[in-house]
Design a protein around this ligand. Structure first.
Ligand SMILES: [Zn+2]
Length: 262
Protein backbone atom coordinates (compact mmCIF):
# COMPACT_ATOMS: atom_id res chain seq x y z
CA UNK A 1 0.00 0.00 0.00
CA UNK A 2 1.48 3.41 -0.88
CA UNK A 3 2.50 5.45 2.15
CA UNK A 4 -0.16 8.10 1.51
CA UNK A 5 -2.96 5.50 1.41
CA UNK A 6 -1.53 3.79 4.49
CA UNK A 7 -1.49 7.09 6.37
CA UNK A 8 -5.06 7.84 5.29
CA UNK A 9 -6.23 4.41 6.39
CA UNK A 10 -4.61 4.93 9.78
CA UNK A 11 -6.08 8.43 10.15
CA UNK A 12 -9.56 7.11 9.26
CA UNK A 13 -9.21 4.79 12.23
CA UNK A 14 -8.59 7.87 14.40
CA UNK A 15 -11.98 9.29 13.22
CA UNK A 16 -10.32 12.18 11.48
CA UNK A 17 -12.76 14.18 9.37
CA UNK A 18 -11.84 15.26 5.86
CA UNK A 19 -11.71 18.93 4.89
CA UNK A 20 -14.22 20.44 2.45
CA UNK A 21 -13.56 23.40 0.16
CA UNK A 22 -16.44 25.22 -1.53
CA UNK A 23 -16.33 27.34 -4.65
CA UNK A 24 -18.70 30.12 -5.62
CA UNK A 25 -18.72 32.46 -8.63
CA UNK A 26 -21.23 35.28 -8.46
CA UNK A 27 -23.52 36.46 -5.66
CA UNK A 28 -26.32 38.61 -7.08
CA UNK A 29 -30.10 38.76 -7.23
CA UNK A 30 -30.42 39.23 -10.99
CA UNK A 31 -30.05 36.66 -13.75
CA UNK A 32 -29.99 33.44 -11.71
CA UNK A 33 -27.89 30.75 -13.40
CA UNK A 34 -25.80 27.78 -12.28
CA UNK A 35 -22.93 30.13 -11.36
CA UNK A 36 -25.01 32.81 -9.65
CA UNK A 37 -26.44 32.50 -6.14
CA UNK A 38 -28.86 35.03 -4.64
CA UNK A 39 -27.88 37.10 -1.62
CA UNK A 40 -30.53 35.43 0.51
CA UNK A 41 -29.39 31.92 -0.41
CA UNK A 42 -25.74 32.84 0.08
CA UNK A 43 -26.38 34.30 3.52
CA UNK A 44 -28.39 31.22 4.46
CA UNK A 45 -25.46 29.01 3.48
CA UNK A 46 -22.90 31.14 5.30
CA UNK A 47 -25.05 31.21 8.47
CA UNK A 48 -25.40 27.44 8.36
CA UNK A 49 -21.71 26.87 7.60
CA UNK A 50 -20.60 29.21 10.40
CA UNK A 51 -22.78 27.31 12.84
CA UNK A 52 -21.62 23.82 11.93
CA UNK A 53 -18.05 24.14 10.63
CA UNK A 54 -14.74 25.77 11.37
CA UNK A 55 -14.39 28.22 8.47
CA UNK A 56 -10.72 28.14 7.56
CA UNK A 57 -8.21 29.35 4.97
CA UNK A 58 -6.68 27.10 2.31
CA UNK A 59 -3.43 27.17 4.26
CA UNK A 60 -5.25 25.91 7.36
CA UNK A 61 -6.92 23.21 5.21
CA UNK A 62 -3.51 22.03 4.12
CA UNK A 63 -2.24 22.05 7.69
CA UNK A 64 -5.20 19.94 8.83
CA UNK A 65 -4.84 17.52 5.90
CA UNK A 66 -1.25 16.99 7.00
CA UNK A 67 -1.48 16.95 10.78
CA UNK A 68 -5.05 15.82 11.43
CA UNK A 69 -8.52 17.29 11.63
CA UNK A 70 -10.97 16.35 14.34
CA UNK A 71 -13.55 19.11 13.65
CA UNK A 72 -15.61 19.61 10.48
CA UNK A 73 -13.94 22.35 8.47
CA UNK A 74 -14.83 24.24 5.31
CA UNK A 75 -12.88 26.76 3.24
CA UNK A 76 -14.63 29.32 1.02
CA UNK A 77 -13.31 30.20 -2.44
CA UNK A 78 -14.58 32.25 -5.36
CA UNK A 79 -13.66 31.85 -9.05
CA UNK A 80 -13.44 34.25 -12.00
CA UNK A 81 -13.84 37.72 -10.39
CA UNK A 82 -17.33 39.18 -10.63
CA UNK A 83 -17.62 42.88 -9.72
CA UNK A 84 -20.99 42.41 -7.98
CA UNK A 85 -19.37 40.22 -5.31
CA UNK A 86 -17.76 43.36 -3.90
CA UNK A 87 -21.13 45.06 -3.38
CA UNK A 88 -22.48 42.70 -0.75
CA UNK A 89 -20.98 39.20 -0.47
CA UNK A 90 -17.37 40.13 0.20
CA UNK A 91 -18.25 42.85 2.74
CA UNK A 92 -20.39 40.24 4.55
CA UNK A 93 -17.51 37.73 4.67
CA UNK A 94 -14.99 40.40 5.65
CA UNK A 95 -17.23 41.69 8.44
CA UNK A 96 -17.58 38.16 9.81
CA UNK A 97 -13.83 37.57 9.46
CA UNK A 98 -14.39 34.47 7.34
CA UNK A 99 -11.25 33.49 5.38
CA UNK A 100 -11.72 33.59 1.60
CA UNK A 101 -9.51 32.77 -1.38
CA UNK A 102 -10.59 34.77 -4.43
CA UNK A 103 -9.38 33.50 -7.83
CA UNK A 104 -9.30 35.95 -10.73
CA UNK A 105 -8.65 35.74 -14.49
CA UNK A 106 -5.89 38.22 -15.36
CA UNK A 107 -6.95 39.28 -18.89
CA UNK A 108 -10.56 40.01 -17.91
CA UNK A 109 -9.33 41.99 -14.91
CA UNK A 110 -6.90 44.09 -16.96
CA UNK A 111 -9.04 44.55 -20.08
CA UNK A 112 -12.35 44.84 -18.18
CA UNK A 113 -14.02 42.38 -20.55
CA UNK A 114 -16.86 40.04 -19.60
CA UNK A 115 -16.14 36.33 -19.32
CA UNK A 116 -16.70 34.31 -22.46
CA UNK A 117 -19.26 32.07 -20.73
CA UNK A 118 -21.31 35.20 -19.90
CA UNK A 119 -20.93 36.72 -23.36
CA UNK A 120 -22.20 33.44 -24.78
CA UNK A 121 -25.34 33.56 -22.65
CA UNK A 122 -25.95 37.22 -23.51
CA UNK A 123 -25.27 38.55 -20.00
CA UNK A 124 -21.86 40.25 -19.97
CA UNK A 125 -21.70 40.79 -16.20
CA UNK A 126 -19.13 43.33 -15.00
CA UNK A 127 -15.80 41.94 -13.80
CA UNK A 128 -13.70 43.08 -10.86
CA UNK A 129 -11.35 46.01 -11.28
CA UNK A 130 -7.72 46.02 -10.18
CA UNK A 131 -8.69 48.52 -7.45
CA UNK A 132 -11.30 46.10 -6.09
CA UNK A 133 -8.82 43.23 -6.05
CA UNK A 134 -6.23 45.37 -4.26
CA UNK A 135 -8.86 46.43 -1.73
CA UNK A 136 -9.83 42.79 -1.11
CA UNK A 137 -6.17 41.86 -0.62
CA UNK A 138 -5.79 44.76 1.82
CA UNK A 139 -8.56 43.31 4.00
CA UNK A 140 -6.70 40.01 4.23
CA UNK A 141 -8.52 38.08 1.50
CA UNK A 142 -6.15 35.75 -0.30
CA UNK A 143 -6.05 36.51 -4.03
CA UNK A 144 -5.45 33.46 -6.21
CA UNK A 145 -4.70 32.97 -9.88
CA UNK A 146 -7.20 31.56 -12.39
CA UNK A 147 -5.02 31.80 -15.54
CA UNK A 148 -4.66 34.62 -18.04
CA UNK A 149 -7.50 33.73 -20.46
CA UNK A 150 -9.55 30.97 -18.74
CA UNK A 151 -8.75 28.25 -21.29
CA UNK A 152 -9.26 24.50 -21.00
CA UNK A 153 -5.70 23.76 -19.87
CA UNK A 154 -5.98 20.08 -20.77
CA UNK A 155 -6.08 21.10 -24.44
CA UNK A 156 -2.83 23.08 -24.26
CA UNK A 157 0.12 20.89 -25.20
CA UNK A 158 2.64 23.66 -25.81
CA UNK A 159 4.59 24.03 -22.55
CA UNK A 160 5.40 27.71 -23.17
CA UNK A 161 1.70 28.47 -23.57
CA UNK A 162 0.91 26.50 -20.42
CA UNK A 163 3.69 28.37 -18.61
CA UNK A 164 2.17 31.69 -19.70
CA UNK A 165 -1.34 30.79 -18.48
CA UNK A 166 -0.20 29.35 -15.17
CA UNK A 167 3.11 30.91 -14.17
CA UNK A 168 3.48 34.25 -16.00
CA UNK A 169 -0.15 35.23 -15.35
CA UNK A 170 0.25 34.34 -11.67
CA UNK A 171 3.44 36.39 -11.30
CA UNK A 172 1.82 39.38 -13.07
CA UNK A 173 -1.21 39.18 -10.81
CA UNK A 174 1.07 39.10 -7.78
CA UNK A 175 2.88 42.19 -9.01
CA UNK A 176 -0.43 44.01 -9.49
CA UNK A 177 -1.40 43.52 -5.87
CA UNK A 178 2.14 43.57 -4.54
CA UNK A 179 1.81 40.18 -2.88
CA UNK A 180 2.93 36.68 -3.83
CA UNK A 181 0.17 34.45 -5.23
CA UNK A 182 0.14 31.05 -3.55
CA UNK A 183 -2.90 29.27 -5.01
CA UNK A 184 -4.17 28.47 -8.48
CA UNK A 185 -7.65 27.33 -9.63
CA UNK A 186 -8.05 25.28 -12.80
CA UNK A 187 -10.62 26.74 -15.24
CA UNK A 188 -13.76 24.57 -15.44
CA UNK A 189 -12.01 22.18 -13.04
CA UNK A 190 -13.70 18.91 -14.00
CA UNK A 191 -11.53 15.81 -14.36
CA UNK A 192 -11.60 16.27 -18.15
CA UNK A 193 -9.90 19.69 -17.77
CA UNK A 194 -6.95 18.39 -15.74
CA UNK A 195 -3.62 17.21 -17.06
CA UNK A 196 -0.42 15.94 -15.44
CA UNK A 197 1.48 18.69 -17.25
CA UNK A 198 -0.49 21.50 -15.64
CA UNK A 199 0.18 20.09 -12.17
CA UNK A 200 3.86 19.76 -12.97
CA UNK A 201 4.12 23.34 -14.25
CA UNK A 202 2.27 24.65 -11.18
CA UNK A 203 4.41 22.66 -8.79
CA UNK A 204 7.67 23.70 -10.41
CA UNK A 205 6.50 27.33 -10.26
CA UNK A 206 6.40 27.01 -6.49
CA UNK A 207 2.63 27.34 -6.09
CA UNK A 208 1.36 26.04 -2.75
CA UNK A 209 -1.80 24.44 -4.10
CA UNK A 210 -3.95 23.81 -7.16
CA UNK A 211 -7.75 23.67 -6.89
CA UNK A 212 -10.04 21.52 -9.04
CA UNK A 213 -13.84 21.70 -9.07
CA UNK A 214 -15.18 18.20 -9.64
CA UNK A 215 -16.24 17.58 -6.07
CA UNK A 216 -14.83 15.38 -3.33
CA UNK A 217 -13.42 15.90 0.14
CA UNK A 218 -9.77 16.30 1.07
CA UNK A 219 -8.91 13.38 3.29
CA UNK A 220 -6.57 13.72 6.23
CA UNK A 221 -3.28 12.16 5.21
CA UNK A 222 -4.07 12.84 1.55
CA UNK A 223 -2.66 15.23 -1.01
CA UNK A 224 -2.17 18.85 0.06
CA UNK A 225 -1.15 20.12 -3.38
CA UNK A 226 -4.25 19.17 -5.35
CA UNK A 227 -7.18 20.59 -3.37
CA UNK A 228 -10.57 19.21 -4.35
CA UNK A 229 -13.55 21.53 -4.20
CA UNK A 230 -17.33 21.18 -4.02
CA UNK A 231 -19.76 23.56 -5.72
CA UNK A 232 -21.40 26.07 -3.36
CA UNK A 233 -24.67 24.98 -4.84
CA UNK A 234 -27.46 27.58 -5.08
CA UNK A 235 -29.76 24.78 -3.87
CA UNK A 236 -29.33 24.76 -0.08
CA UNK A 237 -30.50 21.20 0.56
CA UNK A 238 -28.09 19.90 -2.07
CA UNK A 239 -25.21 21.77 -0.45
CA UNK A 240 -26.18 20.40 2.96
CA UNK A 241 -26.26 16.90 1.54
CA UNK A 242 -22.86 17.36 -0.01
CA UNK A 243 -21.34 18.45 3.27
CA UNK A 244 -22.86 15.78 5.45
CA UNK A 245 -19.85 13.61 5.31
CA UNK A 246 -20.34 10.14 3.99
CA UNK A 247 -17.35 7.85 4.59
CA UNK A 248 -17.93 6.32 1.16
CA UNK A 249 -16.82 9.66 -0.27
CA UNK A 250 -13.30 8.84 0.90
CA UNK A 251 -13.21 6.25 -1.84
CA UNK A 252 -13.63 8.75 -4.68
CA UNK A 253 -10.36 8.11 -6.52
CA UNK A 254 -7.72 10.82 -6.67
CA UNK A 255 -6.78 12.18 -10.07
CA UNK A 256 -3.33 10.71 -10.75
CA UNK A 257 -1.25 13.59 -12.06
CA UNK A 258 2.19 12.06 -11.54
CA UNK A 259 4.13 11.29 -14.69
CA UNK A 260 5.26 7.68 -14.79
CA UNK A 261 8.94 7.46 -13.82
CA UNK A 262 11.12 6.54 -16.77
ZN1 LIG B 1 -13.54 29.92 -13.86
Amino acid sequence: MPIRSLHRWWMAGQRQVPVAILFYHRVADDHPNPWTISRRQFQRQIDWLAKHFDLVSLEECQRRITTGNSRPAVAITFDDGYAENCEWAMPLLIERRIPVTYFVVLDNLLKQTAFLHDQQTGHPFPVNTVEQIRALADTGIEIGSHTRTHPDLSQIHDVSKLFDEIVAATVELGNLINRPIRYFAIPFGQQAHLSPMLFQVAREAGLAGVCSAYGGFNAVGGDTFHLKRIHGDPCFSRLRNWLQFDWRMLNVPDYDYEFPAD
